[in-house]
Design a protein around this ligand. Sequence first.
Ligand code: ZN
Length: 198
Amino acid sequence: MEYYSDKINKLIEELGRLPGVGRKSAQRLAFHILNMPKEQVQALTGAITEAKENIRYCKECCTLTDSDICPICASPGRNKRVIMVVENSRDLAAYEKTGKYDGVYHVLHGAISPMLGIGPADIRLKELMVRLQKDVDEVIISTNSSLEGEATAMYISKLIKPTGIKISRIATGIPVGGDLENIDEVTLLRALDGRVEL
Ligand code: ZN
């Protein structure tokens, strides 16, 4: 720590807060940034600030977007009667990449985790229930196959059951504990096609 000046240490510390960035990577990044041309650094910080200030939650599906309604919800080509529930916008992107899903999404921004003190009120479940008051044929629960993802799937299915809307869960084939975003498209599609009704 004391080898560097305060300002460099501060930069290392802030970079080190990012997920997956350990102390060593933070140092490497910090010195890389300090060696970058000034305009490039400004472009980077500008992009971060710009994104943070203009990104909001889609009023329909709660995904992160820069307009009131995200492009997927706004698209007339999407089937609004089928809603896929995912934990975050990255999982949504994973399914979008397959190009084979034409329904819409609902992004929870997390999963229920009693261990971490995250309850149903801490994720975007209320918003989902409001959406289900419209004409919806099926809710596909595509939360991760982690303990939290399974607990969340279970909770949602119990919540939706009384509405009579068809509920399904993506099939296995997704490794247990696996994050959707790291799974290849073929496996994702197989999991979607093989979904089971709950
Ligand atoms: Zn949306």
